[in-house]
Ligand binder design. Structure first.
Ligand SMILES: Cc1cc2nc3c(=O)[nH]c(=O)nc-3n(C[C@H](O)[C@H](O)[C@H](O)COP(=O)(O)OP(=O)(O)OC[C@H]3O[C@@H](n4cnc5c(N)ncnc54)[C@H](O)[C@@H]3O)c2cc1C
Length: 204
């Protein structure tokens, strides 16, 4: 059967006969970790984790390393076969698309701050996994720009920067259009909010 892209939101899980689609990340990641094959008989473990993506692998790692719990990861295809091996490679302080201003408006200041801090902690968790595991994943230098693609968005981005500074205590910085020369090439950048934390890496 031909290879097929798979979207967990709309597709059934592919049958074993469906070949893996090629991905750029898999092609540059080097040989995959050794696969110890299908389970042939009953195995005694404390926790069975279903799915060998970031969530399953980091959960199993933490259970074993931090709590001494015997965990096994059961993966139907291969490690990082799903979204974890096919994503955009951005590691950022981000948990969704809702801007911080709206988050605070809907859920209040305390929840907004707690949410932000949890996202920052998650990013630091990713850093720690890479550092402690000595994972060679081509980490790029920190620093992320959120660009105002329309002039009309500039004032909102300045207000968002102020919110990060004043409410969350995070050192985001507004960069005017002229400050982006050499950073962003293209007429569509009218200014940007700079986050000192956030990097690219090779996800697979
Ligand atoms: C196109 C795209 C771009 C993205 N870009 C970014 C980005 O730039 N930055 C970012 O932070 N996030 C990004 N994401 C999101 C990020 O990749 C996911 O949030 C993350 O990989 C989810 O990890 P996971 O372990 O929960 O799921 P997955 O990586 O999808 O892992 C689930 C695993 O479970 C296995 N599985 C499923 N069912 C079974 C079963 N019954 N038995 C055994 N195994 C099973 C699957 O084969 C798969 O390997 C992107 C996602 C997509 C799709």
């Amino acid at each position: 059967m031909a290879e097929q892209a798979y979207d967990p939101l709309v597709d059934d899980y592919p049958a074993p006969s469906v070949l893996d689609p090629e991905t750029y990340w898999a092609s540059v990641a080097g040989p995959p970790p050794q696969d110890d094959g299908a389970i042939q008989e009953g195995v005694e473990v404390d926790v069975a984790v279903i799915g060998g993506g970031y969530a399953g692998l980091s959960a199993a790692l933490s259970l074993a390393r931090d709590y001494g719990i015997r965990a096994i990861v059961l993966e139907a295809r291969s490690v990082a076969w799903g979204c974890s091996g096919r994503n955009g490679s951005f590691a950022r302080i981000s948990g969704g698309r809702m801007p911080i201003a709206k988050l605070i408006k809907v859920y209040g200041e305390e929840v907004g701050k707690a949410y932000f801090n949890e996202m920052l902690q998650a990013l630091n968790g990713v850093r720690a996994i890479i550092r402690e595991g000595e994972i060679d994943c081509d980490v790029q230098p920190d620093g992320v720009y959120k660009v105002a693609a329309f002039n009309a968005h500039v004032e909102a981005l300045k207000r968002e920067t102020d919110l990060y500074n004043d409410l969350v205590g995070y050192p985001a910085r507004f960069v005017p259009k002229q400050g982006l020369a050499g950073i962003h090439h293209g007429a569509e950048a009218h200014g940007a909010m700079y986050f000192p934390d956030g990097f690219l890496n090779e996800p697979a």
